[in-house]
Write a protein that binds this ligand. Structure first.
Ligand SMILES: Cc1ncc(C[n+]2csc(CCOP(=O)(O)OP(=O)(O)O)c2C)c(N)n1
Length: 531
């Protein structure tokens, strides 16, 4: 993975320090984008950026934006980005979106600065147990012991992040390992191929599909256009239905591609979806379970007599497994059943949820990347956009809200020639709205739609589902915890304040006009839809 041009270093440059050896190893290992929020202990990393122009380092004003952006970048680029975080508190601020990244099996390399080793004994203000804080969200974790170890550690971190299905690797750099003289740049071991599934797993899947009714739940790289077409051929031949998990990391969909249904958030909807199924075939997906526990209700979404069969685990080659299954069934020549193009629609009048879905579905441009955190206001968008122009669809994999704006940053950096449409609910958006500043600063082609219902609407429903009330039964103090309209958030002012032009719309016609314009014109824009 060595990129010699990027690693060229004039002898006149003098000895390289640990920070520079890290950046050069990252770039040589294919990690040439870093989302950073630095502090004193990362200053040598920052200083080295001017000596290694191949590293594209992007500043974010909150660590949750750094980690979410690195997640979005890898989901679209199929290779890791790095983050640069400041000691334990910096990592802690980034944790929620690392949680989502880890559920998406995103490869990601965190670089976390720490105090110089000899300084830790003094318990100065920022001293913390960085390893202890980072461990729960790091599949691989190491603190470099010396400057000469840094490049080797970085190469090992990259390999660990890239190991299938994708992992979070965290490298902690005590400040003295960053500023002391380093050794050579290290090379990254080539990736191992994903494991091919056993014939027996394919044979069993074929048997179950032939005896129907069956569902195939597809996740990971098998949600791309090619493997979905293979799944479509299998479905046409066997009558199986194709699903994606509620939290899908990335799917290629739209007109001319094989459609699938998303497992719904609602327990009743999900139970109904699988009620008639005798078998479920998992392709890179985990067995479907309820998002939350509800008193007296099941956690498992499949009926007791339904066989759940793993065709491929997330780390195995699900794409090859689908091919082998199609071969075994004799489905290679079946029609995949592509989605027809959406009939044109131009909804008008007051804002309604079906109207929002229709406007969005009609506006999605060819090759757009849609990042969806529209929550209750956008529940209809997935279904309505089945026949939209071909696009990628990204969802929240881990349920930790505030993922979409940062992920949109990363997706736009990974794919600068594709429009990004970020569908964001107002409550969720407030967690990481600093992403708007990075969008403006980098002039990213991101159009953000804020669904401003001025409530935590989903939680009003959930209060009933868990037996705690519902809107009729909750008292005013409880309801006050679930509405966010006191005061109303002014998203246009918030966007303008961070350099993103914004507009508020109160009718579907105005929404459609603004959305089509903003998606056509490159650069950032925000539309606040008053729901
Ligand atoms: C990090 C995090 N904190 C809190 C929650 C709990 N939570 C789930 S949905 C939600 C409110 C969502 O409101 P909004 O984004 O405005 O969407 P709406 O339900 O109104 O459609 C909250 C607070 C969460 N999932 N993740």
């Amino acid at each position: 993975m060595k990129a010699p041009a990027a690693l060229d270093r004039p002898p006149s440059a003098g000895p390289m320090n640990g920070a520079e050896s890290l950046i050069r190893t990252l770039v040589g290992g294919g990690v040439d984008v870093c989302f950073a929020n630095p502090g004193t202990s990362e200053m040598h990393f920052v200083a080295a950026l001017d000596r290694v122009p191949a590293m594209h380092c992007i500043l974010a004003l909150f660590e949750g934006v750094c980690t979410g952006a690195a997640d979005g970048y890898a989901r679209m680029a199929d290779r890791p980005a790095a983050t640069l975080l400041h000691l334990g508190p910096g990592f802690a601020n980034g944790m929620a979106n690392l949680h989502n990244a880890s559920k998406a099996n995103t490869p990601l390399v965190n670089v976390v600065g720490d105090h110089a080793t000899y300084h830790r004994a003094y318990d100065s203000p920022l001293t913390s147990d960085v390893e202890g804080i980072a461990r729960p969200y790091s599949n691989w974790l190491r603190t470099s012991k010396s400057a000469t170890d840094v490049s080797g550690d970085a190469a090992t971190a990259i390999a660990a992040a890239r190991r299938a299905p994708g992992h979070i690797a965290t490298l902690i750099l005590p400040a003295n390992t960053a500023w002391s003289a380093a050794g050579d740049i290290a090379e990254v071991e080539p990736d191992e191929r994903r494991a091919i599934v056993a014939d027996a797993a394919v044979e069993r899947a074929a048997l179950l599909l032939r005896s129907g009714p069956a569902a195939i739940i597809v996740a990971g790289p098998a949600l791309r256009e090619g493997p979905l077409a293979t799944a479509g051929r299998i479905a046409t031949l066997t009558g199986a239905k194709i699903y994606a998990p509620y939290g899908m990391a990335r799917a290629e969909r739209g007109a001319g591609r094989v459609p699938f249904e998303r497992v719904p958030f609602s327990l009743d909807g999900a139970l109904a979806m699988f009620a008639q199924m005798r078998s479920i075939i998992l392709v890179g997906a985990t067995a479907p379970v309820a998002f939350f526990a509800y008193p007296g209700r099941p956690s498992v979404l499949t009926p007791d007599d339904c066989t759940v069969h793993v065709l491929s685990r997330p780390d195995e080659d699900g794409v090859a497994a689908l091919e082998a299954l199609a071969e075994r069934l004799g489905a290679r020549t079946s029609a995949p059943g592509f989605a027809p193009a959406l009939a044109p629609a131009s909804p008008q009048g007051p804002i309604t949820l079906p109207g929002i879905a229709a406007v969005v579905a009609a506006a999605i441009p060819q090759h757009a990347i849609v990042v969806d955190e529209s929550q209750t206001s956008g529940r209809a968008i997935m279904t309505t956009s089945i026949g939209s122009a071909p696009h990628d669809y990204i969802c929240n994999t881990g349920g930790s809200i505030g993922y979409a704006l940062p992920v949109a940053v990363g997706a736009a950096v990974a794919c600068p020639d594709r429009p990004v449409l970020c569908l964001e609910a107002d409550g969720s958006g407030m967690y990481t709205l600093q992403a708007l500043w990075t969008i403006a600063r980098e002039n990213l082609n991101v159009t953000t739609v804020i669904m401003a219902n001025r409530k935590y609407q989903v939680l009003i429903g959930e209060s009933k589902n868990v037996g705690a009330g519902g809107v009729e039964a909750l008292g005013p103090r409880a309801l006050d915890m679930l509405e966010i309209g006191r005061p109303n958030l002014d998203w246009v002012a918030l966007a303008n304040g961070m350099g993103v032009p914004g507009e508020r719309v109160t009718t579907l016609d105005a929404f459609a006009a603004a959305l089509q314009r903003d998606l056509r014109e490159p650069g950032p824009a925000l539309i606040e839809v008053v729901v």
